[in-house]
Write a protein that binds this ligand. Structure first.
Ligand code: SF4
Length: 94
């Protein structure tokens, strides 16, 4: 049972492993505010991101399934890390 649970929380795509509980870190300099990441994330269901004042922001970190779809959608590689979300100490992107 435990093995099945872990399997459900790990996704593999494009040779990378994405883990549920990780959220995207958005480089504010690289971000163009194009919203490709936010639109795709909403279309896929989780709806984690919004563009706020011209920059993508993680607004619903608890929804993130860690699949890295946003990272793959970004034309400027502004999302290049998925890091563990800790509500007590959120990264600056949140
Ligand atoms: S896809 Fe990349 S450049 Fe576009 S809003 Fe998202 S993080 Fe910014």
């Amino acid at each position: 049972m435990a093995a099945r649970k872990i399997e459900a929380e790990v996704a593999e795509a494009y040779g990378r492993t994405f883990v549920k509980g990780n959220i995207p870190e958005i480089n504010q300099i690289r971000c163009l505010g194009c919203a490709h990441c936010a639109v795709l994330c909403k279309k896929l269901g989780p709806n984690v991101l919004e563009v706020v004042a011209g920059v993508a922001k993680v607004v619903r970190p608890g929804n993130c399934i860690g699949d890295g779809a946003c990272m793959l959608a970004c034309p400027t590689k502004a999302i290049f890390l998925m890091s563990r979300y800790d509500p007590a100490s959120p990264p600056s992107a949140v």
